[in-house]
Design a protein around this ligand. Structure first.
Ligand code: OOB
Length: 559
């Protein structure tokens, strides 16, 4: 039997629980219950489409979620148990998610790019009892991997393990998600008790600076507030149509306001597998999309496409949220004139705190800041290395506390001691300054992570993998600037005496370690020694400057 999750989570102090509840931030109801209420108010409104002709009304969606919740129980998946969820942006994603939220089964939000290494870790660390995957994505057989994983887990724990598959090609031994998520087949009503609003609703993954991503347990109370408050600040109502084209398991398209915020507001969600501009633009036109969320790299591609082909297809688009990585001010200034929609910058994190520029902010604020905290109950500090508060305008480390920022990672006591202060402030690792108006500007980062177009990569994880090569004496993974993605992974390697190391070899090593492809290093610099700081740490700042200089020198006309 998996251990109960609450044992390993860090709750908010009771005084905060009372305050957040009395102030009406925390609704005191499970997200699944709140969604059922929305559905019951207007069951005929369209809730979900997927760009392939499927349309579900609120009544149909809620009924399917309830039926799927009962079917999960039928499979032996009980309240409080975990499912690793790695579905693409499909209608099954939404139905299964809502079924879990209704039944109190806890999804662990894996990313589509994750491979055996990440999925195994997530399954083991969360003590999951099942995994939900598509049958395949492009040239990758997700179903095969899921069964291999299931065999490993069964061998290690002796536990039964379920593989739930969405797609046409359902192998023997897999549970067919399309029928699990299909319409109810009998009249027997939904009879499951609601989870407590303070229970864990789902696990998000941290951007991660350590070997593997930390799990962040988000409760029904805090996550519903996250989604509802985000919907309000993004101007989402029952009239809104929201396009999901980023991986749906990421906090941004999931609840900022994302799928959950839009559904809680009674709006319509459109699922699309990717943000590729031709199809995204056609879908925006066909569905009358009013809101969407993208990362800066996607915003850049959309701007290019619209500059070449016009933005006629985007006439319905009112708000385009951009976040996940720093949006360059120059690009920001182009959004409204070229795409015709209001830009909303979103600086958020799976750990909680969300900052938004407001829809009525002056253009300068929208284009040069990353906005201000979502909630009047969010607390922000900008401090120096000794945790002393800095004045406005001075860049420092961002600390936060608030009604949707949990007080610790799941099962990570040691790490929590470093990432949270004794009085519960989360150390975001972001370097920010606050303008006199109270808006934040992200000025850098004090965490050993590479942000590749919004995908977060832990330098330590890459370094650990590279150290497995016998030819490597020392390695450092650093961010190198990239015009398209913002950053990519660059490796500095000192080979052992008499050995050579190549990028192909390193990528081969990552391939055999079966880690997600977005983590593969894209540049190798072989050096005789690494730069060190006075305190004996690898000087990554110097290495980042070095690779930036090398890239500049390689440009035509560079020096
Ligand atoms: C979002 O969440 P995560 O957990 O993948 O990554 C969080 C980190 C932040 O700590 C920061 O370093 C970076 O991503 N980041 C930004 C940013 N938004 C996120 N850096 C600069 N400018 C921004 N606008 O990335 C996330 C979660 C919810 C909503 C939006 C993004």
């Amino acid at each position: 039997m998996p251990t109960p999750i609450t044992e390993h989570t860090v709750p908010w102090p009771e005084a905060d629980v009372t305050r957040f509840t009395e102030e009406g931030l925390w609704a005191g109801a499970a997200i699944g219950t709140l969604l059922r209420e929305v559905a019951d108010r207007d069951p005929d409104a369209t809730a979900l489409t997927d760009g392939t002709g499927l349309r579900l009304t609120y009544g149909e969606l809620a009924d399917r979620a309830d039926a799927a919740a009962v079917r999960l129980r039928g499979l032996g998946i009980a309240r409080g148990e975990r499912i690793v969820m790695q579905l693409g942006n499909s209608w099954e994603f939404v139905v299964l998610l809502l079924a879990c939220l209704r039944a109190g089964v806890v999804p662990v939000m894996a990313l589509p790019a994750h491979r055996r290494a990440e999925l195994t870790y997530l399954a083991v660390h969360s003590e999951a009892v099942a995994i939900a995957v598509p049958d395949r994505t492009k040239d990758f057989d997700n179903q095969r991997l899921a069964h291999d994983l299931a065999a490993d887990v069964r061998a290690a724990t002796g536990a039964g393990w379920r593989v739930l598959v969405a797609g046409d090609d359902i192998e023997p031994g897999s549970v067919d998600l399309r029928s699990l998520c299909g319409p109810p087949t009998d009249r027997a009503g939904f009879d499951m008790p609601s989870p407590s609003s303070r229970d864990v609703a789902l696990f998000l993954l941290s951007g991660g600076t350590t070997g593997m991503p930390k799990l962040i347990a988000r409760t029904h109370d805090d996550y519903a507030y996250n989604a509802r408050a985000s919907a309000e600040v993004a101007g989402v109502t029952s009239e809104s149509v929201y396009l999901v084209s980023l991986p749906a398991g990421h906090n941004f398209p999931l609840a900022c306001p994302g799928i959950l915020g839009v559904l809680l507001a009674g709006g319509r969600v459109v699922m699309l597998p990717s943000p590729e501009p031709v199809r995204a633009f056609a879908t925006i036109a066909a569905e009358g999309v009013t809101h969407t969320a993208v990362v800066p790299a996607v915003a850049g591609r959309w701007l290019e496409r619209a500059a070449e082909h016009g933005a006629g297809q985007l006439a319905s688009l009112r708000v385009i949220q951009v976040g996940g990585a720093r949006l360059a001010d120059e690009l920001a200034y182009k959004v409204k004139p070229v795409l015709g929609a209001t830009l909303q910058q979103v600086f958020g994190m799976a750990e909680g705190l969300l900052n938004f520029t407001r829809l009525d902010d002056p253009a300068e604020t929208v284009c040069t800041t990353q906005g201000r905290p979502l909630s009047p109950f969010d607390e922000i500090r900008i401090v120096d290395e000794q945790d002393r508060d800095l004045p406005d305008g001075q860049a420092g480390l961002l600390l936060t506390r608030g009604p949707y920022t949990p007080r610790g990672y799941y099962r990570a006591a040691e790490h929590n001691a470093r990432s949270f202060t004794d009085d519960g402030w989360f150390r975001t690792g972001d370097i920010c300054l606050r303008t006199p108006e109270g808006d934040l500007v992200v000025a850098g980062r004090d965490k050993d992570m590479i942000n590749r177009g919004g995908e977060k990569i832990s330098a330590e994880e890459i370094e650990n993998l590279v150290y497995q090569l016998p030819s490597v004496s020392q390695v450092a993974a650093v961010a190198m600037p990239d015009p398209l993605l913002g950053e990519r992974v660059c490796l500095y390697v000192v080979p052992r005496a008499g050995e050579t190391v190549t990028l192909e070899e390193i990528r081969g090593q990552m391939e055999s370690a079966e880690v997600a492809r977005f983590k593969f290093p894209e540049r190798l610099v072989v050096v005789e020694e690494l730069a060190w700081t006075k305190v004996g740490k690898i000087d990554k700042k110097a290495l980042r400057a070095d690779i930036a200089d090398r890239l500049k020198a390689e440009l035509p006309g560079g020096v």
